[in-house]
Design a binder for this molecule. Structure first.
Ligand code: SF4
Ligand code: SF4
Length: 103
């Protein structure tokens, strides 16, 4: 016993470290932030709690997704909104990354 953790894939491959699987076609989550202005009181709580700085307030104070690609779907904005005015929706999308050798 060498006193170290050996991954199951490592063991199966005779001690070789498992290689990264190809990413083509792999699903990842994309999130959409839906804001219902009629219920929003422009308090800015959702903006303040977003850990990824996805949200910002427009000139009128309403939140909007300034940087939607950075959203990790943590739901903090939705959970902290006192007026249920913001919803986080998720959808699976295909990765667009091309593999080496693709045209
Ligand atoms: S789900 Fe999380 S990361 Fe996405 S906008 Fe809301 S607080 Fe920010
Ligand atoms: S927390 Fe809710 S009410 Fe406050 S700005 Fe965000 S969406 Fe509007």
């Amino acid at each position: 016993m060498r006193g170290e953790v050996v991954l199951e894939e490592e063991r199966a491959s005779g001690g070789e470290k498992a290689k990264e699987p190809p990413t083509k076609g792999k699903k990842r989550k994309k999130f959409h932030i839906d804001i219902f202005p009629a219920w929003c009181k422009r308090c800015g709580i959702c903006v303040a709690f977003c850990p990824e700085e996805v949200l910002a307030q427009d000139e009128a104070g309403y939140p909007y997704a300034k940087n939607p690609e950075a959203c990790i779907g943590c739901m903090w904005c939705e959970l902290r909104c006192p007026d249920f005015a913001i919803t986080v929706l998720s959808e699976d999308i295909e990765k667009e990354d091309k593999m080496p050798g693709d045209n």
